[in-house]
Design a protein around this ligand. Sequence first.
Ligand code: SF4
Length: 685
Amino acid sequence: MEMKYVPTTCPYCGTGCGFNLVVKDGKVVDTAPWHRAPVNQGKTCAKGNYAAEFVNSPDRLTTPLIKKDGTFVEASWDEAYALIVSKFKAYKPEEMACLASARVSNEENYLLQKFARAVLKTPHVDHCARLCHASTVAGLAAVFGSGAMTNSIEDISEAKCIFVIGSNTFEQHPLIGRRIMMARLNGVKVIVADPRFTPTAKQADLYLPFFSGTDVALLNGLMQHIIKNGWEDKEFIAKRTKDFDKLKEVVMKDTYSLENVAKVTGLPAADIATAAEWIAKAESSALLYSMGITQHTVGVDNVKSTANLQMITGNLGKRGAGVCALRGQNNVQGACDMGCLPNVYSGYQQVANSDLHKKMTEAWGCDIAEGKVGYTVTKMINVLADEPGTLKCMYVMGENPMISDPDLHHVEKGLKNLEFMVVQDIFLTETAELADVVLPGSCYAERDGTQTNTERRVQLWRKAQDAPGQAKPDWQIICELGAAMGYEKQFAFKSPEEIFNEVAKVTPSYGGMTYARLGAEGLHWPCPTAEHPGTPVLHKEKFGTPDGLGILTPIEWKQPAEVPDAEYPLLLTTGRCMWHWHTGTMTRRSESLEREEPTGWVEMNPEDAKALGIKDKEMIRAISRRGEINIGARVTKDIKKGVVFMPFHFKECAANILTNNALDPIASIPEYKACSVRIEKIPEV
Ligand code: SF4
């Protein structure tokens, strides 16, 4: 029996914990602590602990599949490639779109956007960052010049005050939650604003149970109270920012007085005042947020408001402070960095900039898609559903919009309008079932590569076993498809390391990175030169804006696109649970995790449940303007009256049948965190 331990990086959340994969006779059988892992020092959460369980699941895809007469039949790689090439060559560039994946490596994401732009010549490439942190990328880039978490995970434990808004950190980024606890053990005050009394909220010194969708009102109210009391950091505002007067014109309005904000948010005015005082008077205060802030029609406004608060209190450019945008998936940061967004090449180089278009054309050695901004994921689905014949063909790598996207009936209608769809994945997902060709890819344990965590730390994956059957590493599939399309030279890579070297060559923020330099610790971008040590804390001396100043942005509070009314009187907010991951393709195949939460539920306040005559664990019907589902009730005081919550992982009671695909006008992110529903008892038959 041969045993070995392969250190690698977790495939679930954006924390980027390291652990060892235990390999027995060439097969991954377990995980074990990697005590020197830089982010987590050997500790993991339950998902990380069981991250080996799905790897050799019996229903892994092991061979290409081609749909014939509505049924998938096994095919050779040559047959699959020949069919794909014949179809891809038959469409005009504008008729094709690609979805990259926050699940795969940087190298694979880089290749997919290169394939879209250099081979298919289409500008339409995006990925699921559109659904989670597109507001962060747009919002923080606009005010700081860089759309990423400003500080490192490690320095959260050095904060003197921590304000968590719209993040259930303890369940969704548990090893970042550990940093909050480390700070708290040092006497640091923790404030949590959330409509649910989450495990994170339960650890807070001050809990602010505000209504979902009232973030800007709350943040403006905090700022007004700080400014009224003269607690703002006048020196930082004067030296490092601009437009304070414009900000004041809005936040000092009577609309944002403590009393008025208390009415809008449902919070006691005294608690808002206390939070403002703690944040402003702390030597350093870190603000942590996640999708509670971003997944709104005002997601960009929310993000900019968090930046406003941190700027007026001088909490940027130093340790223990910052705007800590906690990215969701393991490599969602990397997929954005690699240019899997319709407006940028890798390193956020704008496609519309003619110099950068020329640079990439020369680097790739062929004509590429014209320098115009392509469709976002959400636009792709809307175009497919509502303007049939505009988009005709899609190549989807490692994404599952049939569970993850809002208004699933609309998504299904759109995807069924496609003439040809290729899905590359490790399981036959709900989206893959609609495909014409399915290509078996690899999971994180089956290839080398890199991923970039939420703190911009680029770390190595290391191959622990071969992919099952005829499945191949995703980078190899893209290279083979590129060559089959006639682009051998552009896709002549023999290893992920060779791809990474090209990434570094064309991407300034990764310019100084090599596999050798990444080693066990990884490097934080920007790391522009071979001597550069990486940048754990951004904006120390100046911001990345043209004049180096942070931009304070006046923002008015706006209501969500859909608010409760007589017909749909409850506000639905959705999210993840501790045991499962996104569309459940991996965690629901993990016996230990599935045992903990085998299906979905709707959380409702006892007063709401009583008014409807609903008991705990009763199956109920939840109805929105877009559809209905049957789901078990979980009656709990841990949610605010008038609000209900559902996790979105479960296909048998898919929360996204109900959600609203109303979009933020700048980031095109959907409003998963606020829509209106009605809950009914299921009539007895
Ligand atoms: Fe994996 Fe995130 Fe858990 Fe760390 S905190 S083990 S990265 S799921």
